[in-house]
Design a protein around this ligand. Structure first.
Ligand code: ADP
Length: 358
């Protein structure tokens, strides 16, 4: 059992709906265990600058349903230097911060690991709309961002139906096509392009032609922002132009962009965030750190951050020589199982999206 007087909490990297629910739960759970909580303003940058805010039950009143992050977020390259790291550690020592809860994505977890190795035990919570943390089935913010995406597409659908148009919609998800797949399924898209699966452009264009000839007025094509042309420009706009040219169907283009990061978190994001946060505080107090909270088959579990980061590389086929050296054969087997599970899930969703796309 670790004796903590005070823990710090920060949100870092891209914001996600549900981060505030995490903060509220960490604060209220820790206070109920007699542990003080201090908010670090603007992610790791706040730790370097010493921008802190004591948090009480009252300071987190009414934030469970707020979008964005009331602790603010940033990207802080300085934190990745040894000097920046030392300053961050000094801030913790000077302010008696004994442990940290760091909410964000992969980069944020790397920071949490560094802090742990510099003597400040830290735990990560997965707050990112892309669902791109391979170790967990679910990242906080995904559900809200998909619902917002679907609402936008529903609106586009109305006007597409009125005017017999097609709309290509570029959605968020740089390295992970899950937002695109769920949005395509939930909005009845006729085609979907994601980074993980090669897109058959000719087949999609032929299908659109046939559907129009068959009397279909409105059509939606969903493209993930992570799909690029060979020259690195976004594929979504190129596809829209090609569809218009080759099918004669009036085609509009829309990029949902950051509008789907904001907004009030859904029940799913609020409740998952809360459960992960409560468990994170309990684990810290039990003396566990350097883990990321994950949801696996409906259960909240903690996985080692190093395990999670290397698993991510395995899933993306980006393993470097020596990456697996410090893991046991059982851990490597577990990584392979989780990696295969992600691939199977993606393929299953892709098949569902294409099976119903008429
Ligand atoms: P996300 O957490 O959403 O993946 P970033 O990759 O931008 O977002 O990371 C957020 C912050 O985490 C960075 O600005 C930096 O301060 C810190 N960070 C990222 N990578 C590392 C690293 N390798 N070591 C230490 N800190 C890191």
């Amino acid at each position: 059992m670790a004796v903590f007087r005070k823990i710090g909490i920060l949100t870092s990297g891209g914001d996600a709906p549900g981060m505030n629910a995490c903060v509220k739960a960490v604060v209220n759970k820790a206070l109920s265990m007699g542990i003080e909580v201090v908010g670090i303003i603007g992610g790791y940058a706040g730790l370097i600058k010493g921008e802190l805010m004591p948090l009480t039950h009252n300071s987190v009143n009414n934030i469970v349903g707020m979008g964005g992050t009331f602790l603010y977020s940033s990207r802080c390259p300085e934190f990745m230097t040894e000097e920046g790291m030392q300053t961050a550690v000094e801030t913790c020592k000077k302010n008696q911060i004994d442990a940290l809860v760091c909410i964000g994505g992969d980069g944020t977890f790397r920071g949490a690991t560094d802090m742990t190795f510099h003597g400040i035990p830290s735990i990560g919570l997965p707050g990112t709309i892309d669902n791109d943390v391979t170790a967990t089935d679910y990242t906080i913010g995904l559900d809200t961002s998909i619902n917002t995406t679907v609402q936008i597409i529903d609106n586009l659908r109305d006007t597409c139906e009125s005017h017999a148009r097609l709309n290509v919609v570029e959605v968020m998800g740089r390295g992970c096509g899950q937002i695109a797949l769920y949005a395509a399924i939930a909005s009845g898209a006729v085609a979907v392009a994601i980074p993980e699966v090669p897109f058959d452009e000719a087949a999609a264009i032929e299908k659109i032609r046939k559907l129009r000839n068959n009397g279909k007025r409105s059509m939606i094509v969903v493209v993930s922002e992570g799909v690029f042309n060979p020259d690195g420009t976004p594929y979504s706009e190129t596809l829209a132009k090609k569809i218009a040219k080759e099918t004669g169907v009036e085609t509009k283009f829309m990029r949902t962009a950051h509008v789907v990061r904001g907004g009030k978190p859904t029940m799913r994001d609020r409740t998952t965030a809360t459960q992960m946060a409560v468990k994170a505080v309990e684990l810290l107090v039990e003396g566990k750190s350097n883990v990321v909270m994950c949801e696996l088959d409906g259960e909240i579990v903690a996985l080692d951050i190093a395990f999670a980061l290397i698993l991510d590389r395995m899933y993306k086929n980006k393993l470097k020589p020596g990456d697996l050296d410090k893991f046991t054969p059982e851990q490597i087997e577990e990584m392979k199982t989780l990696s295969a599970k992600r691939t199977a899930e993606l393929q299953r969703l892709y098949k569902v999206a294409t099976d119903v796309s008429f």
